[in-house]
Design a protein around this ligand. Structure first.
Ligand SMILES: Cc1cc2nc3c(=O)[nH]c(=O)nc-3n(C[C@H](O)[C@H](O)[C@H](O)COP(=O)(O)OP(=O)(O)OC[C@H]3O[C@@H](n4cnc5c(N)ncnc54)[C@H](O)[C@@H]3O)c2cc1C
Length: 402
């Protein structure tokens, strides 16, 4: 299929058509598919996929039309994540992380001219943004930062032990959390957008993991000197609840759904293949395909209900920050990650040894290794125990509908 977009930096996009956006995502997904095995084997950034993602101008789709972007909706972004997830989990997760950071900026920009200028560049030059929240001792607790923002005239400074930053070396910029000032509490955080010229990275640790190997999520000492107006005025506490958590859990969920769908498709293909080999008789593992299809459907139902709920209230600060919605969206992450893992496990059991092998077309290996990261990214145990007190008080449903 011919690429419907010109190269990055060329004529600007005026209108986005949902079907056309899907077609662009599919083209990028095909390139990701062609290189997924090598990216996984070598644990390297999926550069070919991102060349195509840039060619299709998919990095800037969330930039508002007023800033020369396409103003794509969350539902459209989620679908791109799902499409990419079906061919390369790492490519899809990188794309999702970029869009989560974009959402935090776009939704909380408050007319900041310096950041508007950078958003125009994201659309025009297809800049890729990475995320730095994980830090030193605070580990996976996104709502606590150790390193604090310093001030030097018109500049801000920061030095943080960023123990995991996916694709840090390949990104054009990073969006990082930080403590507001030296005398601020760990939870009094701000969000800072920095471009390559604003920071240096010194490698602390590598990335040799079971799965999501292409995210290339190494650890670094991040040293920043950046214009002070690249600091978002909105406190991170608000950005976290209103945007970061919902966008993260919905886009990650779509990536994991894509991986689960890919594994299920392989299981279906394996059973059809086995039937052809044995005069139409069902192999014993066929029941696990039913199980995979069923849990994938449930996963989609949970994710799409949460997406619908967020879309309904996303501009109502009170409703989004209410405990009811915050519990729903964080528990959606727990459910979706567990359902995606269960789906891939069912696909593996359907394929049997052919799924267990790495050297055949029905191999489930990469999908399984990739999906094992899902319960760990913002650890499900952390989420469940944080919500334990609220769950004790939670009102129980009084009817099934309504
Ligand atoms: C593929 C991948 C890409 C990533 N990319 C990035 C990135 O680009 N930028 C970034 O900043 N981070 C990134 N991360 C890190 C991620 O956001 C989390 O910080 C990280 O997964 C948490 O790791 P952890 O298990 O060491 O920490 P924790 O979440 O702190 O968990 C450590 C252990 O403590 C337990 N635990 C923690 N809290 C509780 C609790 N309250 N109750 C009970 N048990 C608890 C957990 O079960 C776990 O066993 C990435 C992670 C992955 C897997």
């Amino acid at each position: 299929m011919e690429a419907p977009r010109s190269n990055a930096g060329a004529a600007r996009v005026i209108e986005v058509h949902p079907a056309e956006l899907k077609a662009r995502a599919r083209i990028a997904a095909e390139v990701a598919k062609a290189h997924a095995a090598v990216v996984d084997r070598d644990g390297r950034f999926p550069s070919e996929a991102f060349e195509e993602i840039r060619r299709q101008q998919l990095l800037g789709i969330m930039v508002p039309k007023s800033l020369d972007g396409e103003g794509a909706s969350l539902a459209e972004i989620v679908d791109v994540c799902y499409t990419l997830g079906q061919t390369c989990g790492s490519t899809a997760l990188i794309y999702a992380m970029h869009q989560i950071k974009m959402a935090c900026i776009v939704r909380h920009i408050r007319g900041n001219a310096a950041i508007e200028k950078i958003l125009r560049r994201v659309a025009a030059d297809q800049l890729l943004l990475a995320s730095s929240t994980t830090e030193g001792q605070t580990g996976g607790n996104v709502r606590a930062s150790e390193a604090a923002i310093g001030r030097e005239g018109d500049l801000v400074t920061l030095e943080r032990k960023a123990t995991v930053i996916s694709y840090a070396m390949e990104a054009d910029g990073i969006v990082t959390t930080a403590r507001r000032a030296e005398d601020a509490a760990a939870s009094d955080q701000v969000l800072l957008l920095i471009l390559k010229s604003d920071y240096t990275l010194e490698r602390l640790q590598g990335w040799d993991t079971l799965g999501m190997r292409g995210t290339h999520s190494e650890g670094f000492t991040l040293k920043v000197r950046a214009p002070a107006d690249q600091l978002l005025v909105e406190p991170y506490e608000k950005i976290h609840a209103q945007t970061m958590v919902p966008y993260a859990h919905l886009t990650w969920g779509a990536v994991w759904a894509g991986i689960a769908a890919a594994a299920t498709a392989k299981a279906q293909a394996f059973v059809r293949h086995a039937m052809r080999q044995s005069n139409g008789s069902m192999p014993p593992g066929a029941a696990h395909v039913t199980q995979a299809v069923s849990s994938l459907r449930t996963l989609r139902g949970v994710l799409s209900a949460a997406l619908q709920r967020y879309e309904d209230i996303m501009n109502d600060d009170k409703a989004v920050t209410a405990i009811e919605f915050q519990s729903l969206i964080t528990l959606t992450k727990v459910q979706v990650s567990e359902l995606a893992l269960a789906t891939v496990m069912s696909a593996l059991r359907a394929c049997g040894l052919s799924g267990y092998r790495n050297d055949v077309e029905f191999s489930i290996g990469r999908h399984l290794r990739d999906i094992l990261s899902a319960p760990l990214m913002i650890n499900n145990d952390r989420i469940l125990s944080n919500l334990a007190a609220a769950s004790l008080m939670a009102p129980l449903p009084t009817s099934i509908r309504g």
